[in-house]
Design a protein around this ligand. Structure first.
Ligand SMILES: [Zn+2]
Length: 310
């Protein structure tokens, strides 16, 4: 069995990972699968794949599951969801990294989960023609577990966005656009809550450094300013040719369909191409009080990531 290369996007929600995934996903070396880790909780109803077909009717995913589990019926999604919830937690990272610390029960569940992931990622790799799998699952614990799958080689992209921009984004009402029929909205977060989560998750993401084949740190703002330069930097880090970037030359990047699932799919208005903008609305619209709270709660990392000197 050959190596399975995974480019894993990690970062706090609302950091621009969907845009990054879309832009990288257009490059011929990558095959985007969206926020795959969320799949198990969503398989009890249908939802749209980014190719426009419903998940259960998408050719790509049908073939992947046929190869991995003998079809969609060959897997009990509820069981896998329960197992994932029992093992994929950031506070379990020490157990994922160190077999000696695991209880028998934890070990059994972890082995089962790794086994399932091994079958599925092998099938994805094969069906995707051995391209680099672009996985936006974002959870550090999940990627620690994925690193236990034999032959998986992880490149981690640690995507960071200014905590104040993230906190502002969490104040806005946002629809879950992948649901097929119902209007569902993502729960909003207050500024302090968003700030605490931002600091914690970015700190946890650092634990992926030792297990990653390559580790690339990216600020969303740099990416939005010069997407071509940042894409080039990522390709370089994984030892790929930095060609094939013509689609990034204009104001708009072209878009072809992918089989990403469960992130933010492309709105109809963007089907022709995607606008890459820095989005600095928070400067004016985040209240002075919220700005101060978020700045204080995330100060050390804001400084480390260079946001205070901008
Ligand atoms: Zn599809």
């Amino acid at each position: 069995m050959g190596r399975i290369q995974v480019l894993a996007i990690t970062g706090v929600g609302r950091s621009g990972s969907t845009l990054l995934e879309k832009i990288l996903g257009q490059h011929e070396d990558f095959f985007p699968i969206g926020e795959f880790a969320m799949l198990w909780g969503e398989m009890n109803h249908d939802f749209l794949c980014n190719c426009g077909a419903s998940f259960f009717n998408c050719d790509f995913w049908t073939q992947v599951f046929e190869q991995a589990t003998g079809g969609f019926d060959g897997i009990n999604a509820d069981e896998i969801l329960k197992i994932r919830q029992a093992v994929d937690r950031n506070y379990y990272i020490p157990l994922i990294r160190n077999p000696v610390l695991r209880t028998k029960g934890y070990q059994a569940k972890l082995s089962r989960f790794v086994d399932i992931l091994s079958k599925i990622y092998s099938a994805i790799d094969e069906r995707a023609g051995n391209k680099i799998i672009l996985d936006s699952s974002k959870s550090p614990a999940y990627f620690h577990i994925l690193s236990l799958v034999p032959n998986v080689e992880l490149t981690i992209i640690h995507l960071v966005r200014d905590s104040r921009a993230v906190a502002y984004s969490w104040q806005k009402r946002k629809r879950m656009t992948y649901s097929v029929d119902t209007e569902q909205y993502i729960e909003r977060q207050g500024a302090a809550e968003a700030a605490v989560k931002w600091a914690a998750k970015n700190a946890v993401t650092d634990t992926l450094k030792p297990i990653a084949e390559n580790y690339v740190f990216i600020r969303y703002e740099d990416f939005a300013t010069d997407p071509e330069k940042v894409t080039r930097q990522i390709l370089k880090a994984i030892g790929k040719e930095t060609s094939g970037l013509e689609y990034l030359m204009g104001e708009q990047a072209g878009l072809t369909e992918t089989h990403g699932i469960l992130g933010n799919p492309t709105p109809r208005s963007q089907k022709q191409g995607i606008q890459i903008r820095k989005d600095t609305e928070w400067h004016q619209k985040l209240s002075q009080l919220d700005k101060s709270v978020v700045t204080l709660l995330t100060l050390p990392l804001l400084a480390k990531y260079g946001y205070l000197s901008d």
